[in-house]
Design a protein around this ligand. Structure first.
Ligand SMILES: *[C@@H]1O[C@H](CO)[C@@H](O)[C@H](O)[C@H]1NC(C)=O
Ligand SMILES: *[C@@H]1O[C@H](CO)[C@@H](O)[C@H](O)[C@H]1NC(C)=O
Ligand SMILES: *[C@@H]1O[C@H](CO)[C@@H](O)[C@H](O)[C@H]1NC(C)=O
Ligand SMILES: *[C@@H]1O[C@H](CO)[C@@H](O)[C@H](O)[C@H]1NC(C)=O
Ligand SMILES: *[C@@H]1O[C@H](CO)[C@@H](O)[C@H](O)[C@H]1NC(C)=O
Ligand SMILES: *[C@@H]1O[C@H](CO)[C@@H](O)[C@H](O)[C@H]1NC(C)=O
Ligand SMILES: *[C@@H]1O[C@H](CO)[C@@H](O)[C@H](O)[C@H]1NC(C)=O
Length: 482
């Protein structure tokens, strides 16, 4: 998320207000939001959705389940199957099937006590507009995507009244599975080509202005006990998945693709979420493979293949002097290839809070530009102000990280804050060799403390042993997020 990092508050506000604007059927009301660590402002929340009033529809059997085909793999027996075609969806890739999906969703969310599956059948492409699927629903809801779901094609086809920051949102949903062998085709090309995008060349030294928002393909917001399995997402206009304010998320065997030069197409972004597992998945895209933002903890990533991508990132954190707490993140048994970064922690200057308890274990690098990097001077322009505060980085383990790097940058880079050193970085079994050519740059450290448990290749002689002196001024100001 190199470009579109916003203060979480503004994101929340803008997103919530756009949710309110676009979903006219949903009533909303305001109530005071008690001060959390972001704000004490007044935020409008959306109430639980009312049942959809019946709408004019060409649906043959509005609101009634289609003749239930048995689920393809029989994995969900005993479920009432709601085929979206039974609600009028056409699936020719052109017809607007949004209402049919909303009706199927509302039917599935009725409290009948029976477990339900929404079926998006194979062999069809359903075009649906930006939509918020609001819970709560029956626990155990399965959203089975065997066909293809796609949005309108690009910014010009996107209705003015719809949010341009998100396409499909699952909001206040608990205990749901999004599964299937089908795909979400985000049709991102026209969005990536907007002249304001970061990869577009400046004309006469200035970038053209204009709206630059592009929708996140699939967003889960304030939801819990989620499972996302076997889903494919391609060519998202922006992030492919974003989980914010979610709890207990299991992501398994998903496949994300977008071109290496597509801007801001982070694979999976996690923010203010905990208990997230990402397993056995393959991601190639134009930005971070997985990015982990403020307020995330207990994240387990295993057997993920990334690349081309910008690697697996914690951050960016501390933007606009914000407080960020990220802890207990494990990335293991994974592969990163043809990427700008491997495993990265990135923070802006300024800010407070801590990143701690991070383990990167058994990771294979193949031609990665910065395989191991901590960057506490993250800055997208060239003129970020120097600041004294920083998010504290500590207790980071790098073990069994092997493979090759692109010699344009040092393979190991620990660029820690001037005033708040990184502490307790440990390296063992690190072996990184040039993919081709000769070693040109040694590991780089700035204000980084830690230990080498085994010899590393290349040798890291710049890491300072032990802990910074207790008298260090930073010791008193560090906010450990305890
Ligand atoms: C729930 O019950 C209502 C009324 O009995 C029925 O019309 C509806 O189809 C049921 N929905 C599901 C998902 O079974
Ligand atoms: C760029 O500047 C040149 C010279 O000032 C001018 O002729 C040209 O029209 C400008 N191009 C654009 C796209 O503004
Ligand atoms: C999530 O699942 C856990 C464990 O099964 C359960 O205890 C909890 O109540 C669930 N939470 C919600 C909001 O459904
Ligand atoms: C790792 O993930 C890949 C891709 O999903 C899968 O094919 C492979 O079986 C997984 N390996 C293990 C050990 O689970
Ligand atoms: C760290 O996160 C994992 C899940 O990824 C969880 O099982 C474990 O209990 C957490 N550890 C601590 C100390 O909270
Ligand atoms: C920040 O500090 C660096 C190193 O001391 C210095 O080179 C740079 O000019 C400073 N940047 C600003 C914007 O003050
Ligand atoms: C250093 O980090 C490791 C791994 O997180 C942790 O187990 C250990 O307790 C830390 N050491 C100190 C002195 O904090």
């Amino acid at each position: 998320m190199e470009f579109s990092t916003f203060a979480s508050l503004s994101f929340l506000l803008v997103t919530l207000s756009s949710m309110c604007n676009m979903e006219a059927r949903v009533h909303h009301h305001k109530h005071k939001h008690q001060a959390d660590h972001h704000s004490s402002g007044s935020i409008s929340y959306i109430s639980a959705p009312p049942t959809l009033s019946p709408e004019p529809s060409s649906s043959p059997n509005p609101g009634i389940a289609a003749p239930a085909p048995a689920p393809v793999d029989g994995a969900y027996p005993d479920r009432v199957v709601l085929d979206v075609r039974g609600f009028g969806a056409v699936g020719d890739g052109l017809t607007d099937d949004t209402n049919a999906f909303k009706m199927a969703w509302d039917a599935a969310c009725q409290k009948n006590g029976s477990a339900v599956m929404i079926l998006v059948p194979k062999g069809f492409t359903f075009m649906i507009q930006s939509t918020i699927f609001t819970g709560p629903c029956q626990p155990g809801l399965v959203f089975q995507v065997d066909g293809t779901i796609s949005p309108p094609d690009g910014p010009e086809a996107w209705p003015e009244k719809n949010s341009r920051r998100q396409w499909l949102v699952f909001y206040r949903v608990n205990d749901m599975s999004l599964v299937g062998g089908g795909a979400f085709d985000g049709r991102g090309h026209k969005w990536w080509d907007l002249p304001c995008k970061p990869h577009k060349v400046a004309i006469n030294g200035t970038k053209p202005h204009g709206p630059c928002d592009s929708p996140i393909a699939i967003r889960f917001f304030m939801s819990s006990n989620l499972s996302v399995e076997r889903i494919r997402v391609k060519d998202s206009p922006q992030f492919n998945f974003r989980f914010d304010n979610c709890k207990n998320v299991h992501i398994e065997s998903i496949h994300i693709t977008a071109p290496a030069l597509s801007p801001n197409t982070d694979g999976i972004h996690i923010e203010n979420s905990n208990g997230v597992g990402i397993y056995n998945s393959v991601i190639s895209n134009g930005d971070d493979c997985v990015s982990i933002g403020a307020g995330s903890y207990d994240v387990d990533i295993r057997n993920v293949t990334c690349g081309p991508s910008h690697g697996i990132s914690i951050g960016s954190l501390g933007n606009h002097n914000s407080r960020a707490c990220v802890s207990n993140i494990t990335v293991r048994d994974s592969m990163i290839r043809a990427s700008d970064n491997g495993v990265r922690i990135k923070t802006w200057q300024g800010g407070s809070g801590a990143v701690s308890g991070i383990t990167f274990s058994n990771i294979h690098m193949d031609t990665v530009r910065n395989p191991i990097i901590i960057d506490q001077f993250y800055c997208l322009t060239k003129d970020c102000d120097n600041q004294t505060s920083a998010v504290h980085v500590s207790d980071v383990v790098y073990e069994n990280i092997k493979g090759t790097y692109d010699v344009r940058s040092p393979p190991i880079h620990f660029g820690c804050s001037d005033t708040v050193p990184c502490t307790n970085l440990t390296l063992s079994d690190v072996e990184l060799l040039p993919a081709k050519g000769d070693v040109v740059a040694d590991p780089f450290c700035w204000n980084a403390y830690g230990d080498l448990e085994t010899l590393t290749i290349p040798p890291v002689s710049c890491l300072m042993e032990g802990a910074p002196a207790r008298s260090s001024p930073a010791a008193d100001v560090v906010d450990r997020c305890l």
